[in-house]
Ligand binder design. Structure first.
Ligand code: ZN
Length: 311
């Protein structure tokens, strides 16, 4: 069977204060905090991972919380600009009440491609959506705060804002195996049938839109999922053959990755399922300790002294 891109793997965004970021995603949105590690290229900064119970691909949102030194970013062209999560049908009222109680800024629900959704922003200005989906079979992470009938299932879609969609759409269709499913004015919905969920990429095409500025409250990159290293290297070859430059394989401890900038300006990553988040912690202990990759373990004491305490 031909190797395919299996929808979204993870999305990585930039944040400011680490505690505030941790509180919003693990407490307000009630996602599981599955990994506390550092930015491998700058180990004085955390790298937080939020997802479902096991950190399934297609549920993982990660942050580099840079602290108060970070400048405010701006959404714009050449960027991923909205993160869409899937929630069960009938759950938006629960979320609106919760957002009211916790002072989360949101818009009133609207309908897109026949589905009702709620737009909101996180404390750093990152734009997110909850979309009501009829049948999302994914098992959510549940706590006493957010019961199963309302809990977030994982990603519904990612939106890219582009000055021109043509070259980016070609990467999605010709290399990644997505197809154009529907269009509404300047929003083009691309879907892969390789997976049931986290299968949607929306492109919003705005020729006059100013370029975005990547800093606090913006998305850094979007990672697509492949099953293993062989599939990863197959896609590396296809992308290189299309004329785009792409990195060698990089070991990200929990997955193996390639990065390339798609022609519209968005940083794309392709990441494997292997080895997964249980490589350094048990299922029960996910997210509990500070995990450092081998190259930084000898500096643990200095790193722990720099990083703010999170509780
Ligand atoms: Zn990534």
């Amino acid at each position: 069977m031909e190797n395919r891109v299996l929808g979204l793997h993870h999305i990585t965004a930039l944040a400011g204060n680490a505690q505030r970021n941790f509180d919003f995603y693990s407490k307000t949105l009630d996602l599981r905090f599955i990994k506390k590690t550092v930015n491998f290229d700058d180990p004085g900064t955390y790298h937080f991972y939020f997802g479902d119970e096991v950190g399934s691909a297609g549920t993982i949102l990660t942050f580099f919380p840079w602290g108060d030194r970070i400048a405010q970013g701006r959404r714009g062209a050449g960027m991923a600009t909205e993160i869409g999560y899937s929630v069960p049908k009938g759950s938006l009222d629960f979320w609106i009440k919760r957002f009211d109680e916790q002072n989360v800024i949101y818009n009133k629900p609207a309908v897109k491609f026949g589905e009702q959704y709620l737009t909101f922003i996180d404390p750093d200005g990152l734009k997110l959506e909850l979309t009501e989906v009829e049948n999302d079979a994914r098992k959510p992470w549940i706590t006493a705060d957010v019961p199963s009938e309302f809990a977030i299932r994982g990603f519904h879609h990612i939106t890219l804002t582009l000055n021109s969609k043509t070259a980016t759409a070609a990467v999605l269709t010709d290399i990644f195996g997505y197809h154009l499913q529907q269009q509404d004015v300047n929003r083009f919905r691309y879907v892969t049938d390789a997976v049931e969920s986290a299968a949607i990429v929306d492109i919003v095409e705005i020729p006059s839109e100013e370029k975005g500025r990547g800093a606090n409250g913006t998305i850094h990159h979007v990672a697509f999922r492949v099953k293993d290293d062989a599939a990863l290297m197959e896609f590396r070859q296809k992308i290189a053959a299309s004329g785009l430059s792409i990195t060698p394989q990089i070991d990200r401890q929990y997955f193996h990755s390639l990065y390339f900038r798609e022609p519209g300006g968005v940083l794309f990553e392709i990441a494997t399922d292997n080895p997964g988040f249980m490589v350094d912690e048990t299922l029960e202990d996910l997210g509990k300790g500070l995990q450092l990759p081998a190259q930084h373990e000898s500096k643990r004491a200095q790193i722990e002294a720099i990083l703010p305490t999170i509780s």
